[in-house]
Design a binder for this molecule. Structure first.
Ligand SMILES: C[S@@+](CC[C@H](N)C(=O)[O-])C[C@H]1O[C@@H](n2cnc3c(N)ncnc32)[C@H](O)[C@@H]1O
Length: 318
C-alpha cells in the first residue's frame, strides 16, 4: 500500500535521512495536482476562486486571502493557547515526521518546524501559496489535492494536523481522507483537527440571514457547514481511538476583549472574501451587501452578544 517516493537511483548516494525527505518536485510529480498543471480559476468581483469542478473550496485563492489566513493563524494560536493541544511532545522525537494537511500559506508548518528542529515537517496544499525558499531546512511544502490520496507511504508520520479544511473538502470525501490519514500515520501516531462551527451562537436577524446563505453556498458545493460539531464521531468511525473533543468559545467584538475584536475582524474579512458569490446568493447588490456586513459587525454582534465556537479533537491510531 502507499506510493513509494524514493529518490531516483541514478542520483548520488544519500543518507537514510536524506532519502526520507522528498523535494517539492519529487512529490508533486506523484501528486494528482501539481504546480505544472493549470488550475481552472474563476475571477469574480476582483477575487480568484477555484472553479467548483476543480475544487469545491469556497474561499479565494489569492494574496488578500493569504493575509487573512495569516491573521487567522495568530488569532487561533492565541485562542487555543498554542499551536496544538495533543501531547505531541511524548511522540515527536529526532527523525519524527509531521504533516500539515491544507497548510495554506504555511505559518503553522513553519512554526512547528522551528519548535521541533529535529523533526521533518511537511505541508501540503492544493494552492502553492507557501514559501519555497526562505524557510527552515526541516520544512517541506508540496502541492496536492488531499482528496486524491496522500502521496506518502504507510506508517510515515507521527503527527497529522488539519485546520479549517471544512471549507474545502466535500462532506462525502471526509471519511476517505480520515482513512488516508490513518494509513500514513504510524501506530501510536496522533491526528489533531481544528474546525470552527459554521454557525455562530446568538445571531441577530441579519447575521442569521448571512449564515443561511453561507450554509446554502457550502451545501451546494457539497461541503458540510457544521462539520466542526461532528469531528469526534467521524474520526472514531474511521478507526481512530480515544478521540478527545473540546471547544473554545470566543465572544465577538468588544465584549470579547482584544481577541474578540480581532476574531470579529477576521470573520468580517472572511465575509468580504466570500462577497463575490455570497452577495449574489443573498440577492444583494455590492453596496447592499457591504452595508449588511457593516451593520452586523458594527452593531449586531455586540447587541446580541454573539459568540463563535472553535472545535478541537485529537485521537490516536492504535
Ligand atoms: C482556510 S485555509 C486554512 C489554512 C491552514 N490550514 C490554516 O489553518 O492556517 C484552507 C486551505 O485548504 C486548502 N485546500 C482546500 N481544498 C484542498 C484540497 N482538496 N487539498 C489540499 N488543500 C486544500 C486551501 O487551498 C487553503 O489553503
Amino acid at each position: 500500500m502507499g506510493v513509494n517516493l524514493s529518490l531516483p537511483k541514478n542520483k548520488r548516494k544519500k543518507t537514510k535521512d536524506e532519502n526520507s525527505i522528498h523535494s517539492i518536485d519529487d512529490v508533486s510529480k506523484k501528486s494528482s495536482v501539481n504546480s505544472e498543471q493549470k488550475h481552472e480559476f474563476n475571477y469574480i468581483g476582483g477575487r480568484k476562486f477555484y472553479d467548483s469542478n476543480v475544487a469545491p473550496y469556497v474561499l479565494p485563492a489569492d494574496i488578500e486571502e493569504d493575509d487573512r489566513i495569516h491573521q487567522q493563524h495568530f488569532a487561533l494560536k492565541h485562542i487555543c493557547g498554542g499551536n496544538y493541544t495533543a501531547p505531541i511532545h511524548d511522540i515527536i522525537k529526532p527523525g519524527s515526521r509531521i504533516l500539515d494537511l491544507g497548510c495554506g500559506p504555511g505559518q503553522w508548518t513553519l512554526e512547528i518546524a522551528q519548535e521541533f528542529p529535529y523533526a521533518q515537517v511537511y505541508g501540503i496544499d492544493i494552492s502553492a501559496n507557501f514559501p519555497t525558499s526562505i524557510k527552515p531546512s526541516n520544512s517541506h511544502f508540496i502541492v496536492g489535492d488531499v482528496t486524491k490520496g496522500l502521496p506518502w507511504e504507510d506508517n510515515y508520520f507521527d503527527f497529522v494536523w488539519i485546520r479549517y479544511l471544512f471549507v474545502g473538502i466535500k462532506d462525502a470525501d471526509w471519511q476517505n481522507l480520515y482513512h488516508e490519514v490513518k494509513r500514513v500515520l504510524k501506530p501510536g501516531g496522533i491526528l489533531e483537527q481544528h474546525e470552527c462551527d459554521g454557525l455562530t451562537e446568538n445571531p441577530g436577524p441579519k447575521l442569521k440571514k448571512i449564515l443561511y446563505h453561507i450554509n446554502e453556498g457550502l451545501t451546494s458545493n457539497g461541503l458540510c457547514f457544521r462539520l466542526a460539531c461532528q469531528l469526534s464521531e467521524r474520526i472514531t468511525m474511521a478507526g481512530f481511538k480515544n478521540a478527545q473533543p473540546s471547544y473554545i468559545s470566543t465572544a465577538l467584538g468588544r465584549q470579547g476583549g482584544k481577541i474578540g475584536e480581532i476574531w470579529a475582524a477576521n470573520l468580517r474579512e472572511g465575509c468580504g472574501a466570500m462577497k463575490p458569490w455570497l452577495s449574489k446568493l443573498a440577492g444583494l447588490t455590492d453596496t447592499e451587501y457591504d452595508l449588511l456586513i457593516q451593520y452586523i459587525f458594527d452593531y449586531e454582534i455586540e447587541e446580541y452578544s454573539v459568540y463563535h465556537n472553535h472545535h478541537i479533537v485529537w485521537a490516536r491510531k492504535i
